[in-house]
Design a protein around this ligand. Structure first.
Ligand SMILES: C[S@@+](CC[C@H](N)C(=O)[O-])C[C@H]1O[C@@H](n2cnc3c(N)ncnc32)[C@H](O)[C@@H]1O
Length: 190
């Protein structure tokens, strides 16, 4: 697949942290959590991953399925799934969850993270990008969930945090807030 499928179908480019992670994470079985219409899933497939792409929005999944069908892509499987269930049914080498945890039930996020960790193969990777509510940059968007500073790093103690920061970023609407950005590798004996 040499054509840029995101460009071809009018999707945004893959999230910059997904692109960066692909410089580190070897191709394998990937899970795209909260895939929307598939900008990251399609990119990952083009990098050689086999991708399960889950979302709660049937319309987004349908759009991705149409692209997959039209292109005859066997490496992407769009599936309806409520992340709040925290009951992933398979193991993965790479789980990506970019700007999605904020929309989940705050009471379920700890279980979601724990399930992600359990469902990651030894030596595999998790990528998470999520809003942080901090004293210096209170989150200006009423997301159901935000991390407190340091919370995501603490949740991944024992993993190699290949990348971790809580830098200030700008949303599409101009709002400025901190985002926890983490690429972490599960120990080989994990
Ligand atoms: C801001 S979009 C991010 C999409 C994608 N990860 C990206 O980087 O472009 C958040 C996505 O999370 C999905 N979502 C929200 N709540 C969900 C849930 N409970 N289970 C599964 N997906 C959910 C939304 O439908 C939406 O597609």
């Amino acid at each position: 697949m040499s054509v840029d499928l995101n460009q071809k179908y009018g999707l945004n480019p893959a999230h910059s942290e997904v692109v960066a992670a692909c410089q580190v994470v070897p191709p394998g079985a990937a899970l795209d959590m909260g895939c929307s219409n598939g900008r990251n899933a399609l990119y990952l497939a083009q990098q050689g991953f086999t991708v399960t792409a889950v979302d709660i929005n049937p319309a987004s999944l349908q759009q991705l399925q149409q692209i997959v069908d039209h292109e005859g892509i066997s490496a992407v499987s769009p599936q309806l799934y409520d992340l709040n269930d925290a009951s992933l049914g398979a193991d993965y080498d790479f789980i990506a969850c970019t700007v999605t945890l904020m929309f989940l039930d705050p009471l379920r996020v700890a279980s979601v993270l724990s399930d992600m960790q359990n469902r990651t193969r030894a030596g595999g990777y998790n990528l998470i990008v999520c809003a942080v509510d901090s004293d210096d940059y209170p989150c200006p968007v009423p997301f159901p969930f935000t991390f407190v500073p340091g919370e995501l790093s603490t949740a991944y103690e024992g993993w190699e945090q290949v990348k971790y920061n809580e830098d200030v970023g700008t949303m599409h609407n101009g709002a400025r807030l901190r985002f926890a950005t983490m690429l972490a590798r599960k120990p080989n004996d994990g």
